[in-house]
Design a protein around this ligand. Structure first.
Ligand SMILES: [Zn+2]
Length: 341
């Protein structure tokens, strides 16, 4: 029987202290070589166990296998020089020293497929795997080769499609593309961003999702949010075209954000992963707060299409906070489930 309101997380979960420095975003690994390979898998097992214990229905690796949601993928590709660095503005928000695209980009071997197979072996629950989206990938690089954002995104979309097909074959049920850049570059999203995303999912039979959020609870993001005014209408710019796209699921931020919930009407018919957990605060939501966010979303999302979720990844949070938030998500979903049945 299909679960009503299946819960999941948007992405990352905290890493154990022996794998990487806790409460730090993009923290370097503490292990090397074979010890790192084993350490990542052990952390994946722990993260999975925590999700299952909290009652999460669609589980993931908690991104224990990557340091950064974009660069860990790019590190495995040819054509990008990580030694040659340039300073660029990421998502029009903050300066960062980034690697340079120096030649044609290509994937010589799978990036996450072995990790996904490992996760598949550990659980019978549906699993979701996250990849960076093409537009967010190009936004974290300096392009000295294609000199065209659109063309580079298209090349990455082809590579992502190769990886996605192998993840599907490894037994992944939902492949999610993280595209926070969709909340920033509206003209490009509509000109070619959604087309590039559709290229990335071409031929897939498993479900596909796109995660669009306002970012981790880091200072650059919270400062940016202060400039967005009392109503965040970014989703309004891209939802109409996403509604017509082949993407099955849209993962977005709702709780504690200033996104007007009625914008969900623009993607009516799609499955929606509704962010009911704020990742930018240590305060733990009550089950009733989660339920309230879900009830509000139900006015615009049909119950069979509503997937309770977190606003974004929880990697920078203390572990006990993240665990409590997962339990709150489950408990809130259970309240609304019982109201619906
Ligand atoms: Zn996010």
């Amino acid at each position: 029987m299909k679960t009503l309101l299946p819960t999941s997380t948007a992405g990352s979960l905290p890493k154990p202290v022996w794998l990487a420095e806790p409460e730090t975003l993009w923290s370097p690994w503490k292990l090397q070589d074979q010890a790192l390979v084993e350490g990542k898998h052990d952390a994946l097992r722990v993260s999975l166990q925590e999700q299952q214990r909290a009652g999460i229905d669609i589980v993931s690796d908690g991104e224990q296998t990557r340091q950064h949601f974009v660069t860990t993928f790019i590190e495995h590709l040819d054509g990008v020089d990580f030694e040659k660095r340039q300073t660029v503005k990421i998502r029009d928000r903050y300066d960062a020293s980034v690697p340079t695209v120096v030649g044609p980009v290509s994937r010589q071997k799978p990036v996450f497929v072995e990790d996904a197979k490992f996760l598949r072996k550990q659980t019978d629950k549906p699993i979701k795997w996250a990849l960076p989206g093409p537009m967010t990938m190009i936004d974290t690089l300096f392009d000295d080769h294609y000199k065209s954002r659109e063309q580079l995104a298209w090349e990455f979309a082809k590579i992502l499609n190769q990886e996605a097909k192998e993840l599907e074959a490894a037994g992944v049920d939902i492949i999610q593309f993280d595209e926070p850049a969709f909340n920033v570059f509206f003209d490009e999203v509509n000109d070619w961003g959604i087309a590039a995303l559709e290229r990335a999912i071409e031929g897939l039979k498993c479900e596909t999702a796109v995660h669009i959020c306002y970012g981790y609870g880091i200072k650059a993001n919270t400062d940016w949010k202060k400039t967005l005014g009392s109503e965040w209408r970014q989703y309004e710019e891209v939802f109409p075209k996403l509604q017509k796209s082949n993407i099955d699921i849209i993962s977005l931020e709702c709780h504690n954000s200033r996104v007007p919930v009625e914008l969900l009407e623009l993607v009516r018919g799609k499955k929606v992963m509704v962010g009911a957990i704020d990742v930018a605060t240590h305060e733990i939501e009550t089950a009733e707060e989660v339920a309230e966010t879900l009830r509000n979303a139900l006015e615009f999302v049909d119950a069979e299409n509503l997937y309770p979720c977190t606003n974004c990844g929880m990697a920078p949070l203390p572990r006990h906070i993240a665990e409590a938030k997962l339990s709150a998500l489950s408990a809130g979903a259970e309240i609304v489930r019982s109201e619906l049945t």
